[in-house]
Design a protein around this ligand. Structure first.
Ligand code: CO
Length: 135
């Protein structure tokens, strides 16, 4: 693992949350991106070498919609950057962590991502992410 890449926060209203986090962090978000496959709309704030990712559900079937229903707004996941996501997935699986996807999938912010089940990580949903080089 290279560094804490971002903290993902589930919000009910992305526009309201963007305004609030701009006031909190003293800067504007630098991008908004919809990930259609995950039924989420995200926005990103740079904070030093890490980021805050705000996530709003775009469909009732979205994992974020279910999370909000069960737990309300708040920290949804933490993401660590890795150099080789396939190698890290194999290492963590061998260590007994349960991976939520068998192969890396395309996430927001030009990343390959994989999630680890919170029940095998002290209740924390952990995301591994690897940057995809710009073509
Ligand atoms: Co994330």
């Amino acid at each position: 693992m290279i560094r804490l890449e971002h903290i993902g926060i589930a919000v009910r209203d992305l526009e309201d949350a963007n305004t609030l986090f701009a006031r909190l962090l003293g800067r504007e978000h630098y991008k908004v991106e919809e990930v259609a496959s995950e039924h989420v709309k995200t926005s990103f704030f740079q904070v030093g070498e890490s980021k805050v990712e705000l996530l709003e559900a775009t469909h009732p079937d979205s994992a974020i919609a279910k999370y909000l229903e069960k737990k309300g707004e708040g920290i949804h996941h933490i993401a660590f950057e890795v150099a080789d996501i396939h190698a890290e997935m194999a290492r963590l699986q061998a260590e007994g962590f349960q991976l939520l996807n068998a192969a890396p999938k395309r996430g927001a912010d030009n990343k390959l991502v994989c999630f680890i089940h919170p029940k095998t990580a002290n209740g924390v949903l952990v995301e591994l992410c690897q940057s995809i080089p710009n073509e």
